[in-house]
Design a protein around this ligand. Structure first.
Ligand code: E4P
Length: 220
């Protein structure tokens, strides 16, 4: 499976990259806008922190297929290994189709329905990103979407992977992975929830107390 951190915060990347088994960094326009650094400055800085093997993702803003393709090509000049996020709206599906014919890796983003995801996949997207919590917030069932989409990809388009997004809790992440999603991206908050375990901390503190009592110092 592939785990990604959904952030443009360089300090957070510096802190969590050495700890988490991350495959790369995802961003979206809100996240980039919030950080204040334009992609031309941000992407090289992230690349410098995560190294040449990591996969980075950034999204186009254009609304027509042609303009999306132009933006995708410009983004790839900033980072030649970038996976370009394209909204899976009608114009976006067209852009995915054209970009994949040119060998450019894309992710169909803002997936709210299984057929929308399958179309983006069939058009050539390497990944499709269902928004789990946002689907729930719009009266749907985000996990059910992931389950159905994964079944359809398995049956009809196994070259495309789900990169599930929009999580608030580690349990949602676990459910998506159990449904077969090959990749997930989590916010720094959700990543920290995944890392923290008060019960594990308490168990280690009990070992330390026992050790200190017998040997005085805390080392082997
Ligand atoms: C996905 O591409 C987005 O970065 C993100 O996960 C959107 O979801 P959120 O705004 O609900 O976190």
């Amino acid at each position: 499976m592939e785990l990604y951190l959904d952030t443009s915060d360089l300090k957070i990347i510096e802190e969590l990259w050495p700890i988490l088994p991350l495959s790369g960094i995802t961003t979206n326009p809100s996240i980039v806008a919030c950080g204040g650094l334009p992609l031309g400055e941000l992407l090289p800085k992230i690349r410098a922190l995560v190294g040449p093997e990591a996969t980075l993702f950034a999204q186009v803003l254009a609304r027509t297929s042609e303009a999306m393709i132009d933006e995708a090509l410009r983004l790839r000049e900033l980072d030649p290994k970038l996976v370009v996020k394209i909204p899976a709206l009608p114009a976006g599906i067209g852009a995915i189709k054209a970009l994949s014919a040119r060998g450019i890796a894309t992710l169909g983003t803002a997936i709210f329905a299984p057929m929308q995801g399958l179309l983006a996949a069939q058009a050539g997207a390497r990944y499709v990103a269902p928004y789990v919590t946002s689907v729930d917030a719009n009266g749907g069932d985000g996990l059910e979407l992931v389950r159905n989409l994964q079944r359809m990809l398995d049956l009809h388009c196994p070259s495309c992977s789900i990169l599930a997004a929009s999580f608030r809790t580690p349990v949602q992440v676990m459910e998506c992975l159990l449904a077969g999603a090959k990749a997930v991206t989590v916010s720094p908050d959700t990543a920290r929830q995944m890392l923290v375990s008060p019960a594990a901390e308490a168990a280690i503190e009990r070992f330390e107390a026992a050790w200190s009592k017998s040997f005085g110092k805390l080392s082997v």
